[in-house]
Design a protein. Sequence first.
Lengths: 214, 270
Amino acid sequence: MHDPDAPDSDESPHRLTRRGFLTQAGMAGVASVAAAMPLVGAAEAAPVPEAPDIPGTVPVALRINGTTHRIRIDPRATLLDTLRETVHLTGTKKGCDHGQCGACTVHVNGQRVNSCLRLALMHEGDDITTIEGIGVPEALHPMQAAFVAHDGYQCGYCTSGQIMSAVALLKEPCGPSDADVKELMSGNICRCGAYPNIVAAIQQVRGNTRVSEG
Amino acid sequence: MKSALSQLSFARPRTLEEALTLLRDEPLVPIAGATDLYVGLNFGTLKAQRFLDITRLEELRGISVTGDRLVIGAGTTYTTIMHSASVRAHWPILADAASQVGGVQIQNRGTLGGNVANASPAGDTLPVLAVADAILQLRSAQSQRAVPFNSFYTGYRQTVLRPDELIVSIELPMVEGKQWFRKVGTRAAQAISKLVMAAVRTEAPRIALGSVAPTPLRLRRTEAALAGGSSIEDAIGVLQTEITPIDDLRSSEAYRRAVAGNLLRRFWAS
Ligand SMILES: Cc1cc2nc3c(=O)[nH]c(=O)nc-3n(C[C@H](O)[C@H](O)[C@H](O)COP(=O)(O)OP(=O)(O)OC[C@H]3O[C@@H](n4cnc5c(N)ncnc54)[C@H](O)[C@@H]3O)c2cc1C
Ligand code: FES
Ligand code: FES
């Protein structure tokens, strides 16, 4: 059932996780809805070498954290759902699913975007970076280390999005003050209210310790 | 192209020419930044199945100064607009408006053409385009026409754009005089505005408001009153007869009326 075209990904094709099972069940559900709608393409199936693919899905090659993943997805799938459910990179979180919370922030060609507002198919050929591509526990990105040092989270649900935004911010035009940082981080909501520590972490990495409130 | 389309639910043309031909041949919904569209798609409120990705069309991108006009490609993002030296030099309030749309993630993808075509009366850039007397260049496979921004909207979320047309560019004639812009919302960069005012202080002042009527509104009678020497209090009285705000989940009619008057007073005192 696992796509034999996806050997580039690190995922073992034989590991049937609970998530994998749910994903496949979910995909089947999507496919039957799509066939009934009818979704374009369901009638004329794409010419794919191995046949057992779910009808209505389309092949796509996505370059994520430097690795090309050849997968099949529902053409309407968001980049967020594709990352989590198909590529199994679950570090990127789903908060609101409509662009308001920033939990799903990833980088596309170095720019931060809300992956819940992106169609995965529109990103063939782009360089996508997720939190998994920023650093690993043995070698944290300085921003990840600063979030740990400053307790820039409580529950941690918003944290990967916060860090992806904060890493992008380092290359954006941003004034020196805490207020400047808050303005540029306003697309990322933290329900736990860890904002002061998040700002402190970012300012440490930028080399600005506490510039007065603006 | 037919085969590509029948495999996918959307097409990804590389040139404007190709995009317009596709639009002529069948009904397709253009996708630019998808920041408005995808919300509808995700919520299942958008029934469309066939899309036209216009993000790869170079012809829709970029900012230039041509004669006495600032010309902005419809597919230009807010991030590009807010950092453009030409925009800052000639229409600084457009840069202000762009910098207050959503957060950075939205600004990196949302486009000016999308704000115009989406036709929400709350669109933040729209009052700026109204006071600029902006001109929209629309193209289809067969024709090109220039439509004044101030006659583009015909009613709530209704425009004169035909299904086979794309907005190609938005032209803002240069203007003398001090420009002024205020967005009143709940949070700095995340809120859909409760009220937006854009204005230019010239001999014949230009004033426009968002979120006070079914479409972005140029306040022609208020402008005439101020140009004719009316007191600010009288002008606010005229303004109140021009606007038709409603109660909705973001605000109430009474609040919007009070804030609209206050904004006019602030602009005039500035
Ligand atoms: C979290 C969040 C916050 C937001 N905050 C604000 C805000 O503060 N202020 C504000 O004004 N808006 C805001 N928006 C709305 C949105 O970002 C803007 O309206 C944006 O400009 C839409 O542009 P887009 O390129 O994403 O359009 P899309 O979503 O791609 O398209 C919108 C509509 O325009 C049509 N369209 C797009 N380009 C063209 C073209 N060239 N020719 C013809 N039709 C076209 C599409 O078919 C569609 O109907 C917000 C949205 C989100 C999700
Ligand atoms: S999940 Fe994408 S912004 Fe909330
Ligand atoms: S740490 Fe809990 S939402 Fe931010």
